[in-house]
Design a protein around this ligand. Structure first.
Ligand SMILES: NC(=O)c1ccc[n+]([C@@H]2O[C@H](COP(=O)([O-])OP(=O)(O)OC[C@H]3O[C@@H](n4cnc5c(N)ncnc54)[C@H](OP(=O)(O)O)[C@@H]3O)[C@@H](O)[C@H]2O)c1
Length: 269
């Protein structure tokens, strides 16, 4: 049985569906009650309360673990006996470890757990563009800072496919995979791709750094806001690089942003 935390999120929902379609027994974990595919068990648990995971982990062969909850060592103590752990970490754990301390702590705990582990380090998700859903629906505009700085956004469906492969197949133990899309895409190009999927132009509005900072502070702590703005505005070469790892694991190139936009266009209508 495979336990998937974050099971109702952009990555987790696709991962649960992929594993269930492949005939795996799956337990989907989230804090809120949720609809899951037929045959999948849902378990409510909070990673901030590691003991709440215990009933889900009983007899589990593998765990897909999200970075959420304050004490990764306590979570992994509950997962003692689970043979394989796949951690959804973050690119920032490698490129800006002083800022992305939470994923770094999770990586350390997973490495020390004694399980066969694989670490996934995605960069920014294509699904971050859902933040534009309301403004595109209502005014056909999309606002972001650093409109002409490109980053290779990754489709969460590709992260889910990589995770499913790594959870099901041998040969990935001890590996860290950097996950990116196939090419850098700028915020201006992302807005245009959503417009193309809609069949109507979307106007891109460039925010100042300060406007973006104020918006991000509503959803992230200050050090992470500064780290995020640095990645968006002055990315390092590693943050802009296209990684070969999706293709290495799946045997095909990662999906383009335009593909994500076409599959998710309903959110922007
Ligand atoms: N977005 C990016 O650009 C990016 C980049 C690198 C890494 N990441 C990592 O990827 C992760 C997954 O992203 P996503 O877009 O799939 O997430 P998402 O759509 O925001 O969904 C988060 C999922 O985790 C569950 N969850 C949240 N907190 C939890 C907790 N304390 N205990 C148990 N379940 C919890 C949520 O369900 P409930 O609310 O019902 O619990 C939901 O199922 C992020 O959390 C982040 O760590 C994201």
């Amino acid at each position: 049985m495979i336990v998937v935390t974050g099971a109702t999120g952009n990555v987790g929902r696709a991962l649960v569906a992929t594993l269930a379609a492949a005939g795996e027994q799956v337990t989907a974990v989230s804090r809120q009650a949720a609809q899951v595919p037929d045959g999948v068990r849902h378990h409510r648990a909070d990673l901030d309360d590691p003991a709440s995971l215990r009933p889900a982990l009983d007899g589990a062969a593998a765990l897909f673990l999200l970075v959420a909850g304050g004490d990764p060592h306590a979570i992994l103590k509950e997962a003692a006996g689970v043979g394989r752990i796949v951690l959804l970490s973050s690119q920032g754990a490698g490129t800006r470890p002083e800022v992305y301390r939470h994923p770094v702590q999770y990586e350390e705990a997973v490495r020390e757990s004694g399980a066969d582990f694989t670490i996934l380090r995605p960069g920014g998700f294509a699904s971050n563009s859902f933040a534009w859903a309301e403004s595109i629906r209502t005014t056909r505009t999309a606002a972001a800072p650093f409109g002409d700085v490109g980053l290779p956004a990754i489709d969460p469906a590709d992260i889910a496919e990589v995770a499913a492969a790594v959870l099901r197949e041998p040969g990935h133990a001890g590996r860290t995979y950097e996950l990116s899309g196939p090419a850098p895409v700028t915020p201006r190009e992302r807005a245009a791709a959503i417009g193309a999927a809609l069949g109507e132009p979307v106007r891109f509005v460039e925010q100042t750094r300060e406007e973006a900072r104020a918006q991000l502070l509503q959803v992230m702590p200050e050090p992470v806001v500064e780290g995020t703005l640095a990645i968006l505005g002055t990315p390092t070469a590693a943050e802009q690089a296209v990684s070969p790892d999706v293709e290495r694991v799946l045997g095909r190139a990662p999906r383009a942003f335009a593909d994500w936009a076409a599959r998710n266009v309903a959110a922007f209508r």
